[in-house]
Ligand binder design. Structure first.
Ligand code: CA
Length: 263
């Protein structure tokens, strides 16, 4: 009788495609940074620390091997975590970003997502929760990046994998939009937001329900922050983003998706 069937299965699954994951931790509070590195290394990750945003960006551009994930504190000396995420995305770097926000500041969460973060965790957090989030984000982006054909090896969550919009094909789980020869990468949150709007096609979706259902934010948040996101999605999807035909504004409510191009 095999006493370790579970471990063997786990190991067999993990071994061929799980090389050491390289994490960048951007945190200016030294005791937190060092504690994180200690614990993450104990979990088998390779950890690089950056004490501010400028260094984080430098490491991201200069590093020979790309990072697999960034743990990014919002409050940093010099440029903020938001600016770091924004700069990375603007430069076409789509490394998964887990943002550390201040508790009780839901507007930070929205700004974080708008800047291109994939997930967030309010400080102070429990180590176990952080580890779980990191694992989930790595697994999720691993699936997204390594699923060759839509539908073939999609993640086991039963979500729609793609949507055709005119010439464009949105691959939710691959986190990208194919536009002829062009490929537009999406962050996890952009993909989730778009998927939600498309699933509710033809119906007005309020900003509040987007915040609650897509991002799990139930606190009293300035819902207008979601508008930045829509501006970005329009740039990806619309032929004329100033005059959208698919991601329509519903005055006083929120947004409505129309695949046929509502007038
Ligand atoms: Ca800080």
């Amino acid at each position: 009788m095999n006493p370790f069937p579970e471990q063997l299965t786990k190991f067999a699954w993990a071994s061929p495609e799980t090389p050491t994951r390289r994490l960048l931790v951007v945190e200016d509070e030294n005791h937190i940074a060092v504690g994180l590195r200690f614990n993450l290394e104990a979990e088998g990750y390779t950890v690089t620390l950056a004490e501010d945003g400028e260094n984080a960006l430098r490491l991201c551009t200069q590093s020979v091997e790309p990072f697999d994930l960034i743990v990014l504190d919002v409050m940093l000396p010099g440029i903020s975590g938001f600016e770091v995420a924004q700069t990375l995305r603007a430069a076409g770097n789509y490394v998964p970003v887990l943002m550390l926000t201040a508790r009780g500041r839901p507007e930070d969460v929205v700004s974080g997502f708008a800047a291109g973060a994939d997930d967030y965790l309010p400080k102070p957090f429990e180590l176990a929760v952080l580890l779980a989030r990191i694992q989930a984000l790595l697994r999720r982006t691993y699936w997204a990046r390594h699923t060759e054909k839509p539908g073939k090896a999609s993640p086991p969550n039963g979500l729609p994998v793609c949507f055709e919009l005119g010439e464009k094909v949105i691959l939710f789980d691959d986190l990208k939009i194919l536009d002829g020869e062009r490929e537009v990468p999406l962050t996890l949150m952009e993909s989730n937001l778009l998927k939600y709007l498309i699933e509710h096609e033809g119906r007005a979706v309020s900003r509040k329900s987007l915040l609650e259902d897509v991002w799990g934010l139930h606190e009293d948040t300035d819902t207008r922050a979601i508008d930045n996101f829509i501006v970005r999605l329009r740039r990806y999807l619309e032929d004329d983003p100033q005059n959208p035909k698919h991601l329509l504004t519903v005055r006083g409510v929120g947004y409505r998706f129309e695949s046929g191009g509502g007038e």
